[in-house]
Each structure stands twice: as C-alpha cells, then as structure tokens.
Design a binder for this molecule. Structure first.
Ligand SMILES: C[S@@+](CC[C@H](N)C(=O)[O-])C[C@H]1O[C@@H](n2cnc3c(N)ncnc32)[C@H](O)[C@@H]1O
Length: 241
C-alpha cells in the first residue's frame, strides 16, 4: 500500500516528527582557508578514514599493530599532531566534525610527514558505536569539549555517564581516559561520570582531579578559558582489569 494524497487529512493525527539525534556539536560553516581546503583535497586519502558503519581494521589502516591513542573533538589538531610526533610508538586517531580544523591538521600532518596519524570526519558517538572495536584503544582524550552552559543544552554535553561507559568499553584493560575542561560545572559532571563508571578507576582518587599532564599543550580553547579567568580541570582514569 502506498501513501496517497490526503493520507493525513485534517481530521487525522499528524505523522510523528522524525526523531533527530541530540548532537554534541553544531555544524559551523566557518571560513575555510584555501590552504585548508587544498589539504582536504590533497591529503584526505593519506590521512583520512571515511565513515562507514562497520568495524575499522585499524591494524591494516596504520600498517602495523601498535597501541592507539584516540582524541575526540581535536579542534585544529595541534595537540593530536604534537602527540603523534612526540610518541611515534603509538598510533594516533582523531575524530572531529569541523572541516577547517581537519584541514588545518592535514596541512600540518603533511608538512611533518607523520605516519602514525589518521582522522575520521564524523560524529564521534556514531564512530565509536560502529567502527571502533571494544578493548582496542590504549588511551582516549577529550580536551575542552563544548561546555553547553545553558541548562536546556546540558543534554548535548558529550561527556555523560552513558558515553563514558562506551569509552571504557573501547579501552583495553589498563588503558587511560583523559578529560580536561575550563567549565567548572562540567568538570563536576565529568568527575561524577568517571567515579560512577564501574569499569574505570579515577587515578587521582574518587572525587579528585588529576594534575595537568606533561603532554598537554596549551590549546586555543584553554587559552581562551584562562583569559576569562577560568580554572582548568584535568581528569584521568584507568580501565580496570
Ligand atoms: C571547544 S572545541 C575544543 C577543541 C580542542 N579539543 C581544543 O582544546 O582546542 C570542541 C570540539 O569538539 C568537536 N566536537 C563536538 N562534538 C563532537 C562529536 N560528537 N564528534 C566529533 N567532534 C565533536 C567540535 O567540532 C569542536 O571542534
């Protein structure tokens, strides 16, 4: 049977609205520079992994079996590139949706000739569910995720108990989760999510924040937070087992 005209006549109930997923980002169509666009055109095949809803064979993609660091929401990618260069024994995967930022990273990655870095340009929630096998990551980093300060937007925050449980599942035993934020109320939520996740152990102890790690460089968003007089909170947890 097909839906003909008049199927939803005025005296019938309206069709239910299509449920749209709650995203932790809005697509910002900010200006992309010519160089960033060029990097997306020229270097995507070298560094990019297209989103497809099947498990990715990361050993094949990186061409070796090595511990893997995942950074979610890498912004312009400066931290991810710095880490890939400083830590060649581990492979570095980044997930981001902001095209100018991805272009910026690809420019730097191509110039540096780095071989242990790959990027997926898609919603990290869907990437983790579909493409990343459980127990396959050595470390996950989420640095200065969008704070969504308005109460009606809190549901958009990326770091929530269910997502932390997903991240814990993707970590190998002994693997680490590192979070940072300059938004104090979000830090409190992150702490509760980590302390409430049975699979994770807060390295600083329950209810405590971690010291700033030596590897974390000053990002644009951190600099902005510090300029506004915000304190910065780091959180570090280890997967039990
Ligand atoms: C506030 S910025 C921080 C960027 C960077 N980590 C830094 O410290 O400069 C948050 C970034 O997370 C990205 N983001 C938010 N939700 C995401 C998601 N579900 N998947 C991928 N990227 C996401 C945004 O596009 C944005 O670039």
């Amino acid at each position: 049977m097909t839906d003909g005209p008049g199927r939803f006549a005025s005296n019938e109930a309206s069709p239910p609205p299509t449920a749209r997923p709650i995203r932790s980002f809005v697509r910002r169509f900010g200006r992309i520079t010519r160089a960033q666009q060029q990097a997306l055109d020229d270097d995507w095949t070298r560094f990019g992994i297209d989103f497809v809803p099947v498990r990715a064979d990361l050993d094949a993609i990186f061409g070796r079996r090595a511990p893997r660091v995942l950074e979610i929401g890498f912004g312009n990618g400066e931290q991810l590139l710095a880490s890939a260069l400083a830590d060649p024994a581990r492979d570095h995967l980044g997930i981001e949706v902001h095209r100018p930022g991805i272009g910026h990273l690809l420019l730097g990655a191509a110039r540096a000739g780095v071989s242990n870095l790959r990027v997926i340009a898609h919603d990290a929630v869907e990437v983790l569910d579909a493409m990343i096998a459980d127990g396959s990551l050595d470390e996950v980093r989420i640095l200065f995720p969008d704070p969504w300060p308005k109460a009606r937007h809190h549901k958009r925050r990326l770091v929530q108990p269910a997502f932390v449980a997903t991240l814990a599942a993707k970590l190998a035993p002994g693997g680490r989760l590192h979070l940072a934020t300059d938004w104090a109320p979000y830090a409190v939520e992150m702490l509760a999510a980590i302390d409430g996740c049975a699979a994770l152990e807060n390295e600083a102890g329950p209810g405590c924040y971690a010291p700033r790690p030596a590897w974390r460089i000053l990002s644009r968003f951190e600099r902005r937070g510090l300029g506004l007089g915000h304190a910065v909170f780091d959180l570090a947890a280890r997967k039990r087992g």
